[in-house]
Design a binder for this molecule. Structure first.
Ligand code: SF4
Length: 431
């Protein structure tokens, strides 16, 4: 069972040859965004590998069984991974059987939701487990078509907080810059599923100039989060063009890139990419991880390359029913992330997007998870548990009740083991 077919590229995928990407002006009609081309893509330094070379044992076995004619070099080429994404029921079934429910969800014609899995990420699925967590995160089920009354297409009201297309300005000093609608893998619970694969490439790119000009005009914007879609799926030259323009804005102190690439397409983290990114410090990466099974040798290598380039790595995880909503799984994920130099940053309550009921846990589940983790694992591994307030209220942190009340001049505190302690605290007037 091997996949010799090369499905056509999505409308915002990278060219299929190498990391040395042609400049933007080679795309007809892109003259406006040619402004973003400078500087030219960094030349590849001598003695650095152009490509990614790690293949973990589980993935190697999968590759041998399912892609026997594909060389290690092809497999490790991120363009090959994108070209050979699994995007239909028929393609998936060349590798693993689909359940009736999955088949029905994938065959709803134009009502089907976007579906894509890189061959690499497919290799992480256990075919014998119908509730495999990786599978649940990326293979559609008919439950997605059940839209509850409290669900919305854009629950965070990003459109309402968007002063120019492709830019969300919700908090005083920071903006979210949506540079692409393309992701190499489509997560079933994606907050931005209304956009993924649905905005034409030209439209995304034509938004870049207006978004950057907006940031230039707003000196209060100190922090720019580049997101999408997945910005690290952009070709090197336009990505560098965006970083270069942002870095030139004096009031922008801090640039972040949000990406799931190290988990689903680690081959994209080539030395060439890393050598480009390291020129734009201070640059942080907010990485998206779902389950400890994503922490493969490939992902560890991608994070090693990024961390060695001085790029601080943080992780964001969405709390998902049946996928990562128990203490052991979350513990393995969080400690595993620390081991590959990624600091767990946020644990998100799943947003109420259309068709997400089967993924959403009660908030108490998240609070219980934090209770089951804090004190038992390194404090460095504990993320902030937050709800992104529906309607655009921003992130609201949630904590279990560690403060139990007051006893005259003492605060009564409950520690991780449930024991009570008194801390002398006379209140502000006595300080
Ligand atoms: S990687 Fe992020 S943006 Fe892309 S589909 Fe998954 S959750 Fe959505």
């Amino acid at each position: 069972m091997h996949n010799e077919q090369s499905p056509s590229l999505g409308h915002d995928t990278a060219p299929a040859s190498s990391d040395d990407i042609p400049p933007l002006r080679s795309f007809p009609g892109d003259s406006q965004v040619a402004l973003l081309e400078s500087p030219p893509t960094s030349p590849r330094p001598a003695n650095t590998r152009a490509s990614f070379t790690v293949i973990g044992e589980q993935t190697r076995q999968f590759k041998l069984a399912h892609f026997p004619g594909v060389s290690d070099e092809q497999w490790s080429d991120w363009h090959w991974q994108i070209k050979n994404r699994i995007q239909s029921a028929e393609q998936f079934q060349r590798h693993f059987p689909l359940s009736e429910d999955e088949l029905s969800a994938l065959n709803r014609g134009r009502r089907s939701l976007p579906f894509a899995i890189t061959p690499y990420y497919l290799s992480l699925i256990s075919p014998d487990d119908p509730i495999d967590p990786i599978r649940q995160a990326v293979v559609p089920s008919c439950q997605e078509f059940d839209i509850a009354a409290d669900e919305q297409e854009d629950p965070l009201n990003e459109e309402g907080c968007s002063p120019v297309p492709g830019l969300v300005h919700r908090y005083p000093n920071r903006v979210l810059f949506l540079v692409t609608d393309f992701c190499s893998v489509c997560c079933r619970y994606c907050t931005r599923s209304r956009l993924i694969g649905k905005v034409h490439r030209e439209n995304c790119r034509n938004n870049w100039v207006a978004a950057i000009e907006y940031i230039e005009r707003h000196p209060e914007v100190e922090d720019v989060l580049i997101s999408g879609g997945d910005p690290l799926t952009l070709p090197l030259a336009p990505l560098e063009g965006i970083l270069n323009r942002l870095r030139a804005i004096k009031h922008v102190k801090f640039i972040r890139i949000g990406s799931k690439v190290p988990a689903v397409l680690p081959q994209r983290v080539t030395p060439t990419l890393v050598n480009m990114l390291r020129k734009y410090h201070p640059l942080y990466l907010s990485l998206h991880f779902t389950h400890p099974r994503e922490l493969t040798p490939e992902t560890a290598e991608a994070c090693r390359l990024l961390a060695n380039a001085g790029i601080p790595l943080g992780s964001q995880t969405v709390l998902l029913k049946g996928i990562n909503d128990n203490v052991q799984t979350m513990r393995d994920l969080l400690m595993g992330l620390l081991a590959i130099r990624v600091k767990p940053y946020y644990l998100f309550q799943c947003d109420p997007i259309h068709g997400s009921k089967h993924f959403r846990t009660p908030v108490q589940t998240g609070l219980d998870l934090i209770l089951g983790l804090r004190g038992y694992i390194s404090g460095y591994a504990i993320p902030h548990y937050v709800i992104d307030a529906p309607g655009g209220g921003g992130k609201v942190p949630l904590l279990p009740n560690y403060v139990q009340g007051r006893d005259q001049d003492n605060l009564i505190l409950k520690n991780y083991a449930g024991d009570l302690y008194r801390y002398p605290d006379k209140g502000p007037s006595e300080c």
